[in-house]
Design a protein around this ligand. Structure first.
Ligand SMILES: NC(=O)CCC(=O)C(=O)O
Length: 304
C-alpha cells in the first residue's frame, strides 16, 4: 500500500471513530424517563404486582429510568406506616430489585415505610439495571402541616427524618432524589444542582388542598431555579382513601415547560430527557456563572 493511501485509510478510520464517538455521546445524552402514577390500595401484594406490571410496560416503551410514587406499597397515612413498614432489603425492595434487573432499568422505587433500629422512615430505594441497591433516600423534611379547616398532617407522629442528600449517576445523567415535602425546600434542589444533577425526582403524594395550589408551581420553580429537569410521581387519586392524593405526576424541562403530565388516574407518562437541550438552556441564560457567590452561597452543613 502506498504511503498516501495508508494515510487516507488512517484518516478515514479516525473520522469514522469521531463520528461514532459523537453519535455515542449524543445517544447517551438522551434517554427516556417513565413516571408511574400507581393506584395504591390497602393490599400490599396487589400494589407490588401492579407496580411490577407497569415497570415492565414502561421498559417495553423504551424507558431507561423509571420512577414510582411516594408510598407505592402502602396507603399514605400515619396509621398505615407502622403496619406496612419493612426493612430494606425486605419484601418490597426485593420485588423492585428483581424487576429492575429483569427490565434493565434504573428504578427510583418511589417510597415505602422503612423500619430500622426501632424507627420508621419514609424511604426511597434506588436500584440499578443489575438489580443492585444504589442508595436509599430517607425523606429529609417531614410533612407536618396544619391548614385550619382543610388539612392537618403530622408525619413526625410516626416517622423520623433522614439526614442525607441522595445523588446517583446513570450513563445518561446525574439524578438527585427528594421525597414530596422535600420539594418545598429550594436550598435542597440548589445543592443537588451544585452537585451536578441534571434531573431531580420527587416521588410525592400532594393532596386536594395543596395539590391544586402548589404542586405544578413548585416543580416549575425548582426546574427554572436550577435549570434542571424535574419529575414527580404521585399515587393515583382514590377518593375513598383517608388521604386523597392529588395525582398529576409531571415532568418539567429546564426551561420550566411541562413536558408530560398525568391526570388523576393510574397512568404511565413518558418524557425524553435531552442533556444537550439542558446545556443550551444553561448557555443561553447563564445564571450559574452569574451567581454573586461573593455575597451569598448555599452549602450543605453536613456532607454525605
Ligand atoms: N406527602 C407529602 O409530603 C405531602 C406534601 C404536601 O402535600 C405539601 O403540600 O407539601
Amino acid at each position: 500500500m502506498s504511503l498516501k493511501r495508508r494515510h487516507s485509510t488512517t484518516q478515514n478510520a479516525s473520522e469514522q471513530l469521531q463520528v461514532l464517538m459523537s453519535t455515542l455521546i449524543k445517544t447517551m445524552s438522551k434517554f427516556r424517563l417513565a413516571v408511574i402514577q400507581l393506584h395504591v390500595t390497602k393490599v400490599k401484594a396487589d400494589n407490588l404486582s401492579r407496580a411490577r406490571r407497569l415497570i415492565r410496560e414502561a421498559a417495553g416503551q423504551g424507558a431507561q429510568v423509571v420512577v414510582l410514587p411516594e408510598c407505592f406499597n402502602s396507603p399514605y397515612g400515619s396509621s398505615f406506616f407502622p403496619e406496612y413498614a419493612e426493612t430494606i432489603p425486605g419484601e418490597s425492595s426485593q420485588v423492585l430489585s428483581e424487576v429492575a434487573k429483569e427490565t434493565r432499568v434504573y428504578l427510583v422505587g418511589g417510597s415505602l415505610p422503612e423500619a430500622d433500629s426501632g424507627k420508621l422512615y419514609n424511604t426511597c430505594p434506588v436500584f440499578g439495571p443489575d438489580g443492585s441497591l444504589l442508595l436509599k433516600h430517607r425523606k429529609i423534611h417531614l410533612f407536618d402541616i396544619d391548614v385550619p379547616g382543610k388539612i392537618r398532617f403530622q408525619e413526625s407522629e410516626t416517622l423520623s427524618p433522614g439526614s442525607r442528600l441522595s445523588v446517583f449517576e446513570t450513563p445518561y445523567c446525574k439524578i438527585g432524589v427528594g421525597i414530596c415535602y422535600d420539594m418545598r425546600f429550594a436550598e435542597l434542589a440548589q445543592l443537588y444542582a451544585k452537585k451536578g444533577c441534571h434531573l431531580l425526582v420527587y416521588p410525592g403524594a400532594f393532596n386536594m388542598t395543596t395539590g391544586p395550589a402548589h404542586w405544578e408551581l413548585l416543580q416549575r420553580a425548582r426546574a427554572l431555579d436550577n435549570q434542571v429537569y424535574v419529575a414527580t410521581a404521585s399515587p393515583a387519586r382514590d377518593e375513598t382513601a383517608s388521604y386523597v392524593a392529588w395525582g398529576y405526576s409531571t415532568v418539567v424541562s429546564p426551561w420550566g415547560e411541562v413536558l408530560s403530565k398525568a391526570g388523576s388516574e393510574e397512568a404511565v407518562i413518558y418524557a425524553d430527557i435531552d442533556l444537550e437541550y439542558l446545556t443550551d438552556v444553561r448557555q443561553q441564560i447563564p445564571i450559574n456563572a452569574q451567581r454573586r457567590t461573593d455575597l451569598y452561597t448555599v452549602n450543605a452543613v453536613k456532607e454525605d
